[in-house]
Design a protein around this ligand. Structure first.
Ligand code: SAH
Length: 350
């Protein structure tokens, strides 16, 4: 059992006297202790007992890489030697002001079962769900290794978060809790491939978490070519679930839309996406496709991306064309891990 998977009440129940729980939480979340031994205001015998009963670290950093744009990528190893990736994305400084926002992109599974045709994370299927502690510890380790205070979370790393619902929610409650990381629910965004019943369940959660849905196609015909999940949950059902979220939470949601050359980037798709966005009063995040080694998809030209964005605007939908970050460190979607594993399996390459 890893201690970072516990709620304060659960830890308190295990401690005698009860105030020890808060001392432990201070060491873990405020002082970022790396071992129980560091918790020097706890009696030595109690520290030994903790070390015998609990693990403290759920992830172990193998590699970090800095991109020229200050995006930082972490390759973490888990206790079973599985590899996951976590990315630290500083805010793009505005033209006149410096922003101090630091967003961590966390993974929720080893691999992914959804097999989106453009994505590196699903190439080898899913191995397992991450535990709540493994999700929480990604944030803590990034914070410690980078020396930056994390202000925002996007659950957009490897895996499908809503397919690991219970562990995800436990982790997010801990990340949100004032006794742990204290990151506001409105600063946490969960991105999903579109698992309809889970989106409804997510909307019913008391926390005001943000929702992003990976759309990538504005019609079933286009979407199901690149996202097999669309066969199970076609657009009509998916959009009804999005509508439920927006009306239950009274919050804006986001659609993510990758632009892939000649696949989903026609002005016709832009028009239909515009209608969808307008109806749900959603924002659209356009992401020029990040090439993955071994896959044949291409990114459209900058002009074509801009034309798509412009078409959405004329249909009354706010669309951002995401600044590409971290491409020089394979920050996109499972690529550092993929490269690491390929290097391991071909020992002659460096
Ligand atoms: N499973 C969740 C979260 C992980 S993917 C989801 O699908 O939303 C996070 C985002 O990265 C998704 O929008 C996904 O479609 C996108 N993505 C995956 N591969 C990509 C690539 N090669 N280039 C650009 N975006 C990609």
């Amino acid at each position: 059992m890893n201690i970072k998977a516990l709620y304060r009440e659960e830890l308190t129940d295990l401690c005698d006297p009860a105030y020890r729980a808060d001392q432990i939480l201070q060491w873990i979340y405020a002082k970022q202790a790396g071992s129980f031994d560091e918790m020097t205001n706890l009696p030595a015998a109690f520290r030994q007992k903790l070390a015998a009963d609990f693990q403290l670290n759920a992830v172990h950093a193998l590699k970090t890489r800095n991109a020229t744009d200050t995006t930082e990528k972490f390759l973490f190893q888990l206790h079973d030697h599985s590899l996951i990736e976590t990315v630290l994305i500083p805010a793009t400084p505005g033209l006149t002001t410096q922003s101090d926002r630091h967003t961590v992109c966390v993974s929720t599974q080893v691999g992914c079962a959804y097999g989106c045709k453009f994505c590196a994370s699903g190439l080898e299927g899913v191995k397992r769900n991450l535990t709540a502690a493994e999700i929480v510890d990604q944030v803590l380790h990034v914070q410690k290794l980078s020396g930056e205070r994390v202000s925002n979370i996007v659950v957009m790393g490897m895996g499908e978060p809503l397919a690991n619902y219970d562990n995800l929610m436990r982790a997010l409650r801990i990340i949100n809790a004032p006794w742990a990381l204290g990151i506001g629910a409105r600063k946490i965004t969960v991105s999903t491939v579109g698992i309809v019943p889970r989106i409804r369940q997510f909307a019913d959660e008391p926390m005001q978490l943000r929702l992003a849905v990976s759309l990538h196609g504005a019609t079933d015909e286009v979407r199901e070519k690149i996202m097999p999940v669309n066969k199970k949950y076609p657009l009509k059902e998916l959009l009804a679930a999005c509508d439920y979220y927006v009306n239950t939470k009274h919050r804006m949601m986001t659609f993510e839309y990758i632009l892939i050359d000649g696949v989903n980037d026609t002005l016709d798709q832009a028009r239909i996406l515009g209608a969808i966005g307008r109806q749900l009063r959603a924002k659209v995040n356009l992401i020029p496709y990040n090439p993955v080694e071994g896959l044949s998809w291409k990114r459209p030209t900058r002009d074509r991306c801009k034309a798509f964005q412009h078409a959405l605007k004329t249909h009354g939908v706010t669309a951002t064309l995401r600044m590409e970050k971290g491409t020089d460190i394979n920050a996109a979607c499972g690529q550092l891990r993929l490269q690491h594993e390929r290097n391991l399996s071909t020992p002659n390459t460096v």
